[in-house]
Design a protein around this ligand. Structure first.
Ligand code: ADP
Ligand code: ADP
Length: 226
């Protein structure tokens, strides 16, 4: 599960005075448990595409589906980690991770077991009672990943999640992400304009270009991730 189908997708941003064609004729299938990266320059429509998969925006025409069901609006089966998609500042690390589980009515003890599991994976054992403002950027993104995955989504959507981090932290985060992806077996749709990052992380890279946003080429990355 976690298969995404995108067919004949067009997106035009309209204002009263003008219209802007952000995406044209996007055709893409993302396989179950695949790690797929969309690579392209700033402004080519990557975030627009991801927001539609997230259900945060609507296509002008065409269709998006997850496991055969049309995507309309956000849903718990699609976890999100965005660069600016911040943690809840009034909740601790543990409470942030448990947030979605609480909404779903998962009982306290089960929530605790799941947050313990994730706090260990992201190596923040001594920060479980800390608030986001007490954490570094890398730590915050680790919590954001744990918060997204604790709900066991079928798909993890990531928009330049490590774009604001220094090189060393970025590499640690990329390694952690590959590690949890291999453990959790979730589909990952990742967006970046950094080709090194795309090659390091992905099984498949889809290259987009602007004017209007469209897919230029795709290739498999054949080196197995250790
Ligand atoms: P990327 O993520 O590749 O940088 P975006 O999807 O953010 O690209 O944006 C693609 C194009 O659509 C850009 O030219 C941007 O200015 C335009 N755009 C994005 N969102 C809107 C919006 N809400 N209204 C009008 N234009 C937008
Ligand atoms: P176990 O102790 O059975 O080996 P784990 O240590 O892997 O289990 O995880 C602890 C508990 O958290 C288990 O009940 C497990 O099913 C649950 N769990 C682990 N990851 C998730 C997740 N992403 N979503 C929900 N529950 C999870």
């Amino acid at each position: 599960s976690g298969t995404i189908e995108i067919r004949d997708l067009h997106k035009v941003y309209r204002t009263r005075k003008s219209s802007f064609e952000a995406l044209r004729d996007i055709q893409l299938t993302i396989g179950s448990n695949e790690f797929l990266t969309i690579l392209g320059p700033s402004g080519c429509g990557k975030s627009t595409l991801l927001r539609m998969v997230a259900g945060l925006d609507e296509p002008s025409s065409g269709m998006l589906a997850l496991d055969g069901e049309e995507i309309v609006g956000p849903g718990a089966e699609r976890g999100m980690v965005f660069q600016g998609y911040t943690l809840f500042p009034w909740l601790t690390v543990r409470e942030n991770i448990e947030y979605g589980l609480k909404l779903q009515g998962v009982p306290t003890l089960a929530r605790r077991a799941i947050s313990n599991y994730w706090i260990k994976i992201i190596r923040l054992e001594s920060f479980d009672k800390s608030y986001p403002k007490q954490l570094s950027g890398g730590m915050k993104q680790r919590v954001a990943i744990a918060r997204a995955l604790a709900n066991r989504p079928k798909v993890l959507l990531m928009d330049e999640p490590f774009g604001a981090l220094d090189a060393q932290t970025k590499l640690e985060m990329q390694e952690m992400l590959l590690d949890v992806w291999q453990k959790e077996k979730t589909t990952v749709l990742f967006i970046t304009h950094d080709i090194d990052e795309a090659i390091f992380l992905s099984q498949r890279i889809v290259v987009m270009g602007a004017g209007p946003g469209r897919i230029l080429k795709q290739f498999e990355v054949n080196l197995p991730a250790e």
